[in-house]
Design a protein around this ligand. Structure first.
Ligand SMILES: *Cc1c(COP(=O)(O)O)cnc(C)c1O
Length: 383
């Protein structure tokens, strides 16, 4: 028999390569929260989501090591069986307090959170409105739910209102899902206006604050920037500014109880390892003790956008749009030759024709390095 599977894969790979869309892993050694080694070079990274450089913070690492010594390397089972080690509820209490919510439910990752939460709360007969640029795992969760999925134009509350007028009346429940901070564009969702619309139409609001917690609202996240908003489901991750791994959803107590009982990615997946929970708890201690640290990534991003005359950064993320994938790859190579890592982001992670460098600024980036990066990027800005 011919090996049709390998032939299928080879044809797919060749087609991707022809469009500059083939992706390859690059072995990378991160030396600390800023510098890494790859391809025989030492590079200053502007591509890590480690916004507070906490993945290498001594107290965060020590907490992870201590948790392994005390509780072991793995949780041993799903939470509902024997995996509910003491660090999990401690971390949930801390996250709920940070977000001003009743309760929190941990997940193994952000992807598992959104693909677990959305199908638990909506299904056939319901409707999910999703921002067009929302993260892939929100889309995955929405599709998995079996609810009607309706995209609305990015950050366009009027477009959402028009789509709600059409699709909300026939649905039992409605959910609006958006990134709080958009992962590839760095802009913020209009949370207050979304909340007002949700209130008017009895729709539930889910914000994904993967890139907001630790860096906006003095560390509390994007929700804090809209204090009057009612966000029913405040999702976020432990894997970016908190320097660890895992994710959470903060919500009212019965909602959290339902997720712990019914979300498939909780019930049928091993609990978060002790080290990840302990690292996140230690990171939350660092954040609570140093609000100035939390303000630094956005300040650094703003220094960069000001020096290039770009629109003011709203988050630590600054996109440099370059159009076609090959242009973004070429720009990334030029920057790498100058000692900067700025990974090219291509479709399908971003829409076709919007390949880009996605720059992520962190608390520890030195001002002179940001100025040097701006000089290196300037030639690529389209007039
Ligand atoms: C990174 C990210 C996720 C996924 O989180 P993981 O913990 O890495 O799986 C979800 N949503 C957004 C907006 C993200 O940027």
């Amino acid at each position: 028999m011919p090996d049709t599977l390998s032939a299928f894969a080879e044809a797919k790979l060749a087609a991707l390569d022809a469009q500059s869309l083939l992706r390859r892993l690059t072995p990378t050694r991160r030396d600390d929260g800023l510098w890494l080694q790859r391809g025989g070079r030492r590079l200053l990274s502007f591509s890590c989501n480690d916004y507070l450089n906490l993945s290498h913070h001594p107290a965060v690492k020590a907490a992870a090591v201590a948790a392994i010594a005390e509780y072991g390397a793995g949780a041993g089972a799903s939470r509902l069986v024997t995996g509910d080690h003491p660090l999990l509820s401690r971390l949930e209490d801390r996250l709920a307090a940070l977000k001003g919510a009743d309760a929190a439910c941990l997940f193994g990752s952000g992807y598992l959170a959104n693909t677990g939460v959305i199908p638990t709360l909506v299904g056939p007969g319901d409707v999910v409105f999703v921002d067009a640029l929302a993260h892939a795992c929100i889309w995955a969760g929405a599709k998995l739910s079996g609810a009607l999925v309706v995209a609305f134009a990015h950050n366009d509350v009027d477009d959402l209102a028009a789509r709600m007028a059409l699709s909300r009346p026939g649905a039992r429940h409605a959910l609006v899902a958006t990134d709080g901070v958009f992962s590839m564009d760095g802009d913020l969702a209009p949370i207050q206006a979304l909340s007002d619309l949700c209130q008017a139409h009895d729709a539930w609001l889910l914000t994904d604050d993967a890139h907001g917690v630790g860096v906006l609202g003095d560390g509390a996240g994007s929700g804090r920037t809209a204090p009057g908003a009612a966000i029913h489901l405040q999702m976020g991750t432990l894997s970016k500014a908190l320097g660890s791994y895992g994710a959470y959803v903060c919500a009212a107590a019965p909602v959290v109880d339902l997720l712990k009982s019914r979300a498939r990615t909780v019930v049928y997946s091993t609990a978060l390892p002790p080290a990840s929970a302990a690292a996140a708890l230690a990171a939350l201690d660092v954040i609570a003790a140093d609000p100035d640290l939390c303000r630094r990534p956005v300040a650094k991003a703003r220094a960069f956008t000001a020096s290039l005359g770009l629109p003011q950064a709203q988050s630590p993320i600054v996109p440099i749009l370059l159009g076609e994938a090959d242009r973004a790859l070429a720009a990334a190579r030029v920057l790498e030759d100058q000692g900067f890592l700025a990974v090219a982001i291509r479709p399908p992670t971003v829409p076709a024709g919007t390949a880009r460098l996605r720059l992520a600024f962190t608390a520890g980036h030195a001002d002179q390095d940001i100025a040097a990066l701006a000089d290196a990027v300037r030639p690529f800005l389209v007039a």
